[in-house]
Design a protein. Sequence first.
Length: 345
Amino acid sequence: MPSVSVVVPVRNESRSIEHTLRLLLTQDFPRADFEVIVADGVSTDDTVPIVRRLQGEFPNLKLVFNADKLASAGRNTAIRHATKDVLVIVDGHCHVPDRDYLRNLSDAFETSQADCLGRPQPLDVPNPTPFQSAVSAARSSRLGHNPDSDIYSNEPKFVPPQSTAVAYSRTVFHAVGLFDQAFDACEDVEFNERVHAAGLSCYFTPAVKIVYEPRASFRALFYQLGRYGSGRAKLAFKHPKSLSVPALVPPLWAVWVIAGALLSLAVPYAGWVWFGSVALYLGVLLGAGAVLGRSAPRAVALRIPMVFVAIHFGFAWGFWKEAAKQLRRSLQHWAGAPAFKPAKH
């Protein structure tokens, strides 16, 4: 049975870190066969004191420091200190479902013989607020996340690793290197693009499900999706083939909403097209809210359309912001490049 290193990159997670770590450190798994490595990104709250206190109870809990603060750098720092056969990434605000998590993970590696594992990442946390319940419902629908992703699936199968792989054999890092520290978001997708390009296998299994905590406000959700959109744009510039049609829909829709409104001021018929398309969009959101919230409390159902707006326009904002930055860098690079001179013979 493979031994396990749990990598936990954190920054300012004092509200939830103890709960997550205790769930990991009290697993029904031989203590000598697993370690938990917290990579702290210069937290300014009580995250580090909490981890240090827990180290007094659990000798297999390690604390390392990530001066670069980014999650990608934290992952790499922890990976460099890992000593076990396989590594799994668990964020500091996740909910580990039960005490068999590490045993299930180790068994899945052993039985599948896969290079990496993918897992479902639902948002159904205990005691959610109405807004969090609305986020959970919206994100698990095809209108609220990339339909190419399997993270809300429950079917065990071999899959492409890009959107689901979170646990890796040590040999994977020897084959493709570490996470790209130029990424502040989507560093996992970028890494998994290289895993896929290397021809390594990924087995998706509900046995290693982790529950993520959804954002609790419109602003926090908009910002989170903005970071995702930014990461996707940066990923597209590094790996152009990773850019899919579903990832382009929110950015292009946002452009039409703004450009169409301006165009309608000059072209009346364009205004009717714009108005009709926006009305259709709002109708789809209201219909999705009614369907997804039909068995939920009214307070949840009423928030679902607003959650979709945060998801779509937050992603679009981040995508175009990063795309503009990347284009500006490319133009500066070309402008600063030396003029071509023919070789002398």
